[in-house]
Design a protein around this ligand. Structure first.
Ligand SMILES: Cc1cc2nc3c(=O)[nH]c(=O)nc-3n(C[C@H](O)[C@H](O)[C@H](O)COP(=O)(O)O)c2cc1C
Length: 363
């Protein structure tokens, strides 16, 4: 069984590792201790992050036999944009600490894999320099207290070629992190360049702007791009996000770095999809380390998923090519999982693919 994606593989060198967990170890060996501590950090006791991985593992899929023939196609389309696989790079601050080419290498690596990166507002690269890479990308931002500023950033992003705007709402307060109690490594602000001014200045995240739905609606009015809200985990918030103009939501615990007793995306997906009633796209992230994790989240109702740390590990190991390889591995594993569960295309992924143990007959 082959797929267009596998055909493309032939020209590429074999992957230098067998799992994203292996890639994590390679990245760890490359990064200085402070950066590693930041990248791998979790909130408080790391319970949410650990549960995220455990819940994904508990989802069991039905293995199915022969289908109608053909090839497995893991591609999808999001907001009109074709993707070779339903996996994007999540926005992650700290990329300039991980690789000298930072966000530029991240967007290029994603494009090489046929997907796209969500560029974090707290990056080191100006919006216009990201746009100059000539590949598709989305921009993530935290809503600053001044909605005019958000509108201005949205306008700049659209002009520079961003395909969507992702507003993260899960950092109204910064959680106490295990490795970096102060929140960020030393030198953080100095090394980041504000997307707005092109000069070092305090991050919007630190202006303690409380997120309001009104601010989201105000941004919606000023923004021509598809608008997604990231960090949602509750059906009521999904309804509110849609009512205030969101075209999509990203279910996320921020990689287990915020509320350390939150439900995971996999757990809330069915209720969120029901609440969305098809009125917005539903994306999810957290703990995705295997192609089968991607499929498991899609079986629960996600249109696509994101990876945060694994993309950073790829960036650390080999810049844009390292990012590409992390996605290549996931794509290959996803094709395997889809082929063995009778899902010949992403459109064929369905909740019935999940296996549930038979209920014992009543006595
Ligand atoms: C080092 C690091 C930095 C992050 N920075 C941001 C950020 O600036 N904005 C944001 O919305 N999410 C941020 N996140 C959360 C990610 O977008 C994503 O939700 C999370 O990493 C997914 O979990 P995973 O790392 O297990 O794949 C960050 C996560 C990490 C690990």
């Amino acid at each position: 069984m082959t797929s267009p994606a596998q055909g493309h593989e032939v020209a590429l060198p074999p992957l230098p590792y067998h799992s994203l967990d292996d890639l994590e170890q390679l990245a760890r060996a490359r990064l200085d201790a402070g950066t590693w501590a930041y990248v791998s950090d979790v909130a408080e006791d790391g319970r949410t992050h650990a549960r995220e991985k455990a819940v994904l593992e508990q989802i069991v899929l039905r293995q199915r036999g022969l289908g109608d023939g053909g090839t497995v196609d893991p591609s999808t389309v999001l907001f009109g944009h074709p993707l070779a696989l339903p996996v994007l790079a999540a926005p992650t601050s700290g990329q300039p600490f991980v690789h000298a080419d930072a966000e530029r290498a991240m967007v290029r690596g994603c494009a090489l894999a046929g997907t796209l990166a969500v560029v974090p507002m707290t990056g080191s690269t100006l919006i216009e320099d990201i746009g100059a890479q000539g590949v598709p990308w989305w921009l993530q931002l935290y809503l600053p207290s001044d909605t005019g500023t958000a509108g201005e950033i949205a306008g700049r992003a659209a002009a520079a070629g961003a395909r969507a705007l992702v507003v993260s709402i899960d950092v109204p307060v910064l959680a106490r992190r295990r490795n970096v109690p102060a929140g960020y490594p030393p030198g953080w602000n100095e090394r980041l360049i504000s997307l707005r001014q092109g000069s070092p200045e305090s991050l919007f995240i630190l202006d303690n702007a409380p997120f309001t739905w009104k601010a989201l609606a105000a941004l919606r009015d000023r923004c021509t791009l598809p608008l997604l809200v990231k960090g949602v985990l509750d059906p009521d918030d999904v309804r509110r996000a849609i009512d205030h103009g969101a075209d999509g939501v990203v279910l996320s615990t921020h990689g287990g770095r915020q509320l350390d007793c939150a439900p995971t995306a996999a757990e809330v997906l069915p209720s969120v999809v029901e609440a969305a009633e098809g009125r917005c796209r539903v994306l999810a992230d957290g703990g995705v380390r295997r192609g089968s994790h991607v499929l498991r989240l899609m079986v629960r109702g996600a249109d696509a998923v994101l990876i945060g740390r694994p993309a950073l590990w790829g960036l650390a190991v080999d810049g844009a090519h390292g990012v590409r390889d992390a996605f290549r591995l996931l794509q290959r594993e996803l094709i395997t999982a889809m082929g063995l569960t009778g899902c010949w295309s992403t459109g064929a992924v369905h909740p019935d693919v999940e296996w549930h143990p038979p209920t014992p007959p009543a006595r």
